[in-house]
Write a protein that binds this ligand. Structure first.
Ligand SMILES: Cc1cc2nc3c(=O)[nH]c(=O)nc-3n(C[C@H](O)[C@H](O)[C@H](O)COP(=O)(O)OP(=O)(O)OC[C@H]3O[C@@H](n4cnc5c(N)ncnc54)[C@H](O)[C@@H]3O)c2cc1C
Length: 391
């Protein structure tokens, strides 16, 4: 389709999933238009911990294969760095790490047990009382840089991005979506990708297809810069995060504040809250006592998208044959190089050549009861409980 008020493929959502899909599509020569209600990377995609290690996913091997190449493929820096370290502060931590390590090894990748002295050699900020840990394959990257890199790389290939363009509905004909309705008018399309993070289900519901996904607010803190560690991806004490190339420790982990799915209140950036920040800072000091002097200089919150089983959805909608939907259930940053490639293949080839996506299909939720959020306790807290201390 050459109509400039439409495109061969329209991608809804300028987070890393939509951006990566659009970029992979453009690499294959597709005429792509990406529609974003705000600015690219403004939601979870620019606010996350930067972790790129998801051994539980069928896209894990592709995630690990692609990240080392991404700067070169995109032509812009993502600040990706290899390896992760997991530090144990209690014996129970080893039990928590075990399934993760098992999955990494099962995929044929590297995972080595560390004794306490080795932890201190690799991470001099760690507690002298650490019990050891693991050093394993995986990595981390800078979320803001990565989102920007996808966007520039997409535009370099002729892909178009329209920001401040809210998708409000769809026009359908003969079992296909023929146009996307937006705050800036109607855009015709041959194929459609909906990758709107926590709002994916709200949009597919307009097409008669429910996708169970619910948002939660999570937070990150950032310290002033510290001398660079040999490996910046260090987890432990319920925290995940990374040291930036400038030296800041950027960490999150812990409390999810469940929110109602309607998208209305999600148009505003979520605010960070004092009790959660205090909890993050306390746990960071316990993980890195030798960084206890470092001041917290920034914090932010973001909306994490969650499906009932914690696995992404990447699937073609049954009802409309030319629509692929993707929502990544809190693991979307790291998987984005691979998820974008998988989505592009589903659009252009109707199948994924490099991974079995059957566990990510929508059909698995066929018997889900209406009260799935309540059954999991994924309901918004009473206002008073938010003011209390956070463990
Ligand atoms: C604090 C925090 C820490 C995290 N840590 C990690 C981590 O370490 N590793 C990891 O892999 N993942 C992490 N995640 C999860 C990860 O950030 C997300 O899974 C990922 O960013 C999802 O990307 P996305 O593009 O699918 O969705 P989003 O980033 O949510 O992007 C969706 C986009 O769609 C747009 N949109 C929505 N509705 C419409 C509409 N109607 N019209 C037009 N546009 C629309 C939104 O504005 C948004 O820009 C974390 C998330 C948070 C919040």
């Amino acid at each position: 389709m050459s109509d400039r008020n439409g495109a061969g493929v329209i991608v809804v959502g300028g987070g890393v999933t939509g951006l990566s899909a659009a970029w992979w599509l453009a690499r294959r020569g597709a005429d792509v238009l990406l529609l974003e209600k705000g600015i690219v990377g403004w939601e979870a995609s620019g606010r996350n911990g930067g972790g790129c290690t998801h051994p539980q996913s069928p896209l894990f091997l592709e995630e690990q294969r692609l990240w080392p190449q991404m700067d070169e493929l995109l032509g812009y820096p993502t600040e990706w760095r290899p390896y992760r370290i997991r530090v144990a502060l209690a014996e129970a931590d080893f039990e928590r790490f075990a399934p993760w390590i098992e999955m990494i090894r099962h995929n044929g990748l590297r995972a080595e047990r560390l004794d306490p002295k080795q932890v201190l050699e690799l991470c001099p900020l760690a507690s002298d009382a650490n019990l050891g840990g693991w050093f394993h394959d995986g990595g981390h990257a800078n979320p803001q840089r990565t989102a920007q890199a996808y966007a520039w790389a997409l535009q370099d290939l002729g892909g178009r991005i329209l920001q401040h363009t809210m998708v409000t509905g769809f026009t359908t004909r003969g079992g296909r979506v023929t146009a996307v309705e937006t705050s800036r008018g109607s855009f015709a399309c041959d194929e459609l990708v909906i990758a709107a993070g926590p709002q994916t289900g709200v949009l597919t519901a307009l097409l008669g297809q429910e996708i169970p996904v619910t948002p939660a607010r999570a937070e990150m803190i950032v310290t002033e810069p510290l001398p660079l560690l040999r490996h910046g991806g260090i987890d432990g004490n319920g925290l995940y995060g990374r040291q930036t190339l400038r030296g800041n420790l950027a960490y999150g982990g812990g409390l999810h504040e469940w929110l109602d799915p309607p998208a209305e209140d999600m148009r505003l950036p979520p605010r960070s809250s004092t009790p959660v920040l205090a909890s993050l800072a306390r746990r960071l000091v316990a993980l890195f006592p030798k960084a206890a002097h470092a001041r917290v200089i920034r914090s932010w919150a973001g909306f994490i998208e969650n499906t009932p089983d914690g696995r992404p959805v990447i699937d073609r909608l049954g009802i409309y044959d030319n629509v692929v939907a993707a929502t990544m259930s809190s693991v979307g940053f790291g998987l984005s190089p691979a998820s974008g490639r998988a989505i592009a293949e589903l659009v252009l080839d109707r199948t994924c050549s490099f991974a079995d996506l059957s566990t990510l299909r929508l059909a698995r939720f066929g018997n889900l009861g209406e009260r799935w959020r309540e059954e999991r306790g994924w309901v918004p807290p009473a206002p008073a409980s938010l003011a209390g201390p956070v463990a």
